[in-house]
Design a protein around this ligand. Structure first.
Ligand code: SF4
Length: 221
């Protein structure tokens, strides 16, 4: 890359703008690229949620993950710790990953549609989600996972724009975001409210595991 920079200094028309952008991109590691997104989100006050947050809840996990989970927004515990999915619903998601999929939680990446806690755990409002979605899209472009799992309706609505589709309909389909296959299942908090969702959720997770080539355990541990 040093050679490239030196050549460009001598002959600024050697590289096209696209090539220059690609070369500039190549010198950034994923860690640097993600830190840039994090730093911007840390200073963000683009919507009202930034005023009431205790901590930014940016994302958690492996920047080289094959699999990314996307939920709705931080709850109380997440807001206090600054880490997504650490409350009751998060503990259930961790069980699904570690006891169901039998992979460490630290091997995947977990994020939300909004990075700051909506008061009283309400759903993010449309203007809040629209103000925040750019950070998530940049996180996806840094990680480029092999698959994405959307947890619940809010994620389906704001990442893919399907605001009329039910989870029941969406979980039968495979979507695509920027060339990445996207699967949909219930949010873990829905499983806590309604245990009947556990079986279909496990079926959805098995579909993702088959896609990733992970072995399916005969029973949950
Ligand atoms: S929710 Fe997102 S857009 Fe709103 S203040 Fe927080 S980081 Fe910024």
């Amino acid at each position: 890359m040093e050679f490239l920079k030196w050549q460009c200094a001598l002959n600024p028309i050697l590289l096209s703008p696209e090539e220059t952008a690609a070369a500039a991109k190549a010198v950034f590691s994923r860690e640097q690229a993600m830190k840039q997104v994090f730093d911007e989100a840390s200073r963000c006050a683009s919507c009202r949620l930034g005023k009431s947050r205790t901590n930014l809840v940016f994302g958690d996990g492996n920047l080289y993950a094959d699999l990314m989970f996307i939920g709705e927004g931080p709850g109380e515990e997440e807001d206090l710790q600054g880490i997504p999915f650490v409350g009751r619903a998060g503990q259930l998601l961790t069980k699904i990953i570690e006891n169901g999929m039998r992979i460490p939680r630290s091997s995947v990446y977990i994020a939300n549609i909004v990075k700051c806690r909506p008061p009283e755990n309400r759903e993010p409002l449309t203007d809040e989600a629209n103000a925040c979605i750019g950070y998530l899209k940049r996180q996806i472009s840094v990680i480029r996972p092999r698959a994405i799992v959307l947890l619940g309706k809010t994620a389906l609505r704001y990442l893919l724009g399907h605001d009329k589709m039910s989870i029941r309909e969406a979980r039968a389909m495979t979507f695509e975001y920027e060339g990445i296959p996207v699967f949909v299942t219930y949010h873990p908090s829905a499983l806590l409210r309604n245990p009947d969702y556990k079986k279909p959720t496990w079926e959805d997770i098995q579909r993702v595991m088959r896609f990733l080539g992970l072995p399916i355990p005969s029973k949950l541990s």
